[in-house]
Design a protein around this ligand. Structure first.
Ligand code: ZN
Length: 179
């Protein structure tokens, strides 16, 4: 997993106080921004959903009872698929850029998300689920993989018993680990 290394910057008491006040004033704006970023049914996710559906695969969406609330769940294949936004999930790719304002807030937030993702993946593995991760940069931007090629890889992996994980990132980088 190519997670960005996010340094946690230590705060002085006064800057914490300042942030607390800023938080109060901007919380409405921030929660709106964050809900936009975390929105379900994002375009990359829709591309994957439509593509897999066209190829005859059936799945459930956003299954909250599973660790990490996977975007797609394919019970028949005992497989979950996450479509990760590169910013929100701290991908170390060209799409990831920490905002110049409130950098520390975002750094802390994203670092927590990355840790949560790792824990969710460990729990899913322990429960016997296969895990596919499609990063946003595989679907958009200068390094994107042609959609058909990406779907070929995904479907090929689904049909490979024993291939426990697949991670698709921009630039056709494929990593399959077989256990
Ligand atoms: Zn990325």
């Amino acid at each position: 997993m190519q997670s960005a290394h996010l340094a946690l910057v230590s705060e002085t008491k006064s800057s914490r106080e300042l942030h607390r006040l800023t938080d109060v004033h901007s919380s409405a704006v921030r929660s709106r921004n964050m809900s936009a970023i975390r929105a379900k049914d994002t375009r990359p996710e829709m591309l994957i959903r439509q593509g897999l559906h066209k190829r005859g695969l059936r799945f459930r969406l956003h299954v909250g009872r599973l660790p990490g609330s996977p975007d797609l769940v394919l019970p028949k294949y005992r497989t979950v698929i996450f479509v990760h936004g590169c910013f929100w999930h701290g991908h170390g790719c060209h799409l990831f850029k920490l905002p110049k304002t409130r950098t520390e807030f975002w750094s802390t937030k994203i670092d927590a998300n990355v840790r949560r993702d790792i824990i969710a993946q460990e729990e899913l593995s322990a429960l016997g689920w296969r895990i596919g991760i499609v990063w946003e940069c595989a679907l958009k931007g200068k390094c994107k993989i042609p959609l058909d090629a990406l779907l070929d890889q995904l479907v090929g992996w689904l049909d490979t018993p024993g291939a426990s994980t697949l991670e698709l990132t921009g630039g056709s980088v494929e990593r399959v680990s077989v256990t």
